[in-house]
Structure formats: C-alpha cells, structure tokens
Ligand binder design. Structure first.
Ligand SMILES: Nc1ncnc2c1ncn2[C@@H]1O[C@H](COP(=O)(O)OP(=O)(O)OP(=O)(O)O)[C@@H](O)[C@H]1O
Ligand SMILES: [Mg+2]
Length: 283
C-alpha cells in the first residue's frame, strides 16, 4: 500500500449528523467533553501531540496532516471516556490513539499510530480488519494510510461497562451468542485475533446492543485460530469482573461440562462441537 491512501468500501447507512465548527467548541466543563478541531488547527498544541502521541515535531505533524487530508478528514472530535493529555479520546492503547474523525457528513473512528509504537505502519492491521469484515466481524474498514486507520465508529461502551447497565438475561445472552458466533466465523477463516482471552478493551457494544470485536493489530493468519476458546475463557472462566457480572445475570456455568466442551471444540473444530459449547456457555 506504500505511502498512499487505500480506500475500502463505502459504508452504507452511515451517520449523517453534521456538527462542524470552524473554531474549537468546548462544552462547559473543566475537562472538555467534546472538542471539534478543524484540520487547519491540528498543528496547534495540545492537538498536535495527541495526533503524534506522545510528542509532536513540526515535520511529523505536517506529514500526518497531509495523510489526513488524503483520507478526507475535515476535523477531529476529541470526545470519549479515555484521555490523552487534557483531551478526551475514544481510546488509548500502546499502538494508537483513537478519536472521532469528521469526513464529509460522517463521524468515523480514526486510529492514529503512536509515534513511540513499535509498528512500522497500520497497513497490516487494515488488511486483517478487512479480512475480518469479510465475515461480518469488526468495525467496517474505510481507508488506511501509513499512520492512520479510518473505520466505522462504534458508538457505545466496552462490554464490561455495558454490563453494568444491562441486566436483562435475554439481551445479555443474545449479545454473548453474537460474540461467540463472530469468533466462530473468525476461526472458520483462520484469522486469530490474538487478544481475546484478556479482552476488556477489545469487546465493545454499540447503542443498538450490537457487539463489536476491535483491534486486529496483533491478529494473524499464521497461528492456530483460537478465538472461540479464548473468548470463552474471558467471558465464562476465571475471576474477572466480566465473568462475575455475566454469572450474576445468566447464572453459574457447570465448569466441568464447560471445560469438556471447550476441549472437544479445540480438538475438533466443527459446527456441532461449537453449538454444543454455545449451549454449555449460555443454557
Ligand atoms: N472503531 C472504533 N469505534 C469506537 N471506539 C474504538 C474503535 N476502535 C477502537 N476503539 C477504542 O479505542 C481503544 C483503543 O483501540 P485499539 O485497541 O485498537 O488500540 P491499541 O493501541 O491497539 O490498543 P492496545 O495497546 O490495548 O492493543 C479500544 O479499546 C476502544 O475503546
Ligand atoms: Mg492493539
């Protein structure tokens, strides 16, 4: 993909709310909740050092602004539950900072590669996300440049936060089934996400209660795909807050039966063993 921009398919039914300001617009809070900064102002601080996290140089921010122009980004929206310096962002990891980008009438998620990350570029991640999209998994890929990955915005919460306010057994079972089915489809195409056994940051649920698996940066098609077994471990085994919340809502699992079903699926990955495991997880 070189240094160029690579566009994926156009996202149908995208959000059309246009909220574009030519000046920064701060909500009345000590810590701004939502700040919309047009691209023409991104070289100012603290925006530049969030785009080039953790520290901007004039040449680095210039390269990055040009990449964002190629992607059609008109403004960045600093909002969300995480923070980078004094600004709110959707998420902050070791590889990237994720913010909302305004592209025409749409609000999309933009993963911006950290300057101090050990990755060459975000292009490999884009390839793997596109592959996940081919089986209906992950936020829809839109476009990539060396340092930026543009994708569908998942407007929602981390699963563990969502579980704090969603206690309806049928609704919770439905999203857990959806997560397991998505993992089955990834297993089927031999795409191993790689970080689903400790997934507190990689499972999101949007406002329509649809779950999304995010971050295909450590995914691989070379390893043995173990998405189903890894996510089962995260959701139903162990002692994490998520396990406890799920057990409280849908009841305790029979551990021995669950372990046996996991073992059977691991040994022979087929639909029958998957459905048997699904039943052990959610019955
Ligand atoms: N498409 C999206 N829509 C909304 N929020 C997102 C989206 N993609 C990522 N996020 C948020 O940003 C956070 C960081 O993203 P991501 O996990 O891709 O970054 P990372 O640098 O690879 O993180 P890590 O170091 O934990 O692997 C996620 O946990 C999630 O909260
Ligand atoms: Mg990551």
């Amino acid at each position: 993909m070189g240094g160029d921009v690579f566009f994926g398919h156009t996202l149908p039914g995208a959000e059309t709310k246009r909220l574009f300001a030519s000046r920064p617009c701060f909500e009345r809070n000590a810590m701004p909740k939502s700040t919309i900064i047009p691209l023409s102002q991104i070289k100012e601080e603290p925006y530049a050092s969030v785009v080039c996290y953790p520290r901007a140089s004039p040449s680095e921010i210039q390269v990055r602004i040009e990449e964002m122009q190629k992607l059609g980004v008109e403004a960045l929206e600093f909002s969300g539950k995480a923070s980078a310096f004094t600004l709110s962002v959707l998420g902050k990891g070791y590889v990237g900072i994720v913010v909302v980008a305004r592209v025409g009438n749409e609000r999309l998620a933009l993963k911006m590669q950290r300057v101090d990350s050990d990755r060459e570029s975000l292009e490999r991640e884009a390839e793997l996300l596109s592959k996940a999209n081919s089986v209906g998994v992950g936020p829809k890929f839109r476009a990539v440049t060396k340092h930026f990955l543009l994708m569908q915005l998942v407007n929602g919460d981390l699963l563990e936060v969502w579980l704090q306010t969603h206690k309806d057994k049928a609704v919770v079972r439905k999203i857990l089934t959806d997560i397991l089915e998505q993992c089955w489809r990834l297993d089927e195409i031999s795409l191993d996400h790689g970080e689903l056994s400790k997934a507190p940051k990689h499972l999101l649920v949007d406002g329509t209660d649809k779950p999304f698996i995010v971050d295909f940066e450590t995914a691989s098609t070379q390893r043995n795909a173990s998405n189903v077994t890894s996510v089962c471990q995260y959701l139903f085994q162990g002692n994490s807050d998520v396990c406890k919340a799920i057990a409280q809502i849908i009841g305790d699992r029979n551990r021995a039966e669950l372990v046996a079903a996991l073992r059977k699926y691991r040994k022979e990955r087929n639909r029958r063993n998957f459905e048997d495991l699904l039943q052990r997880c959610l019955e």
